[in-house]
Design a protein around this ligand. Structure first.
Ligand code: ZN
Length: 78
């Protein structure tokens, strides 16, 4: 398991997501951002909008996705 924070994934806070793969932490971040939006958390809104845009334009977002995959690969195991 590895840990990546909201901030490392482009968000504004230090909430930690744990997962076996980069997909796990990206999905956890997606859920976290959805929840923040529901709660009217303005600080997370830009990150939420970016994430929404990524799902809409997956091809354009490959760079970000690869970056996150690499960042996750570079992290030490917990
Ligand atoms: Zn956050």
């Amino acid at each position: 398991m590895k840990t990546m924070t909201c901030r490392q994934l482009g968000g504004p806070c230090d909430l930690a997501h744990r997962g076996e793969t980069h997909d796990d932490v990206i999905n956890a971040q997606d859920q976290h951002l959805k929840q923040a939006e529901k709660e009217g958390d303005a600080a997370h809104q830009p990150a939420r909008d970016e994430m929404k845009g990524r799902w809409r334009h997956p091809r354009k977002s490959l760079g970000w996705y690869r970056e996150m995959k690499q960042a996750f690969a570079d992290l030490p195991e917990d």
